[in-house]
Design a protein around this ligand. Structure first.
Ligand code: SF4
Length: 63
């Protein structure tokens, strides 16, 4: 899968990088940032966890 964050939607709640720190991190201002845009299969569960818990639906996951 490919994962990205729509920065126009991200409000910096930090749910993604709190729940899935192997996939997301905080940038200098606390907004979410993707560590690897094409994470390995072992991290797909974390990708889904971060996406489903983002209150702004800012995490975009493509097959
Ligand atoms: S959970 Fe969503 S709104 Fe919060 S930092 Fe992550 S991408 Fe941004």
């Amino acid at each position: 899968v490919k994962v990205s964050i729509d920065s126009s939607r991200c409000q910096g709640h930090g749910r993604c990088y709190s729940l899935a720190p192997a996939v997301f991190e905080a940038d200098e201002e606390g907004y979410g940032r993707v560590l690897d845009p094409e994470p390995p299969a072992s991290l797909h569960e974390q990708v889904r966890l971060g996406a489903s818990n983002c209150p702004e639906s800012a995490v975009v996951v493509e097959p």
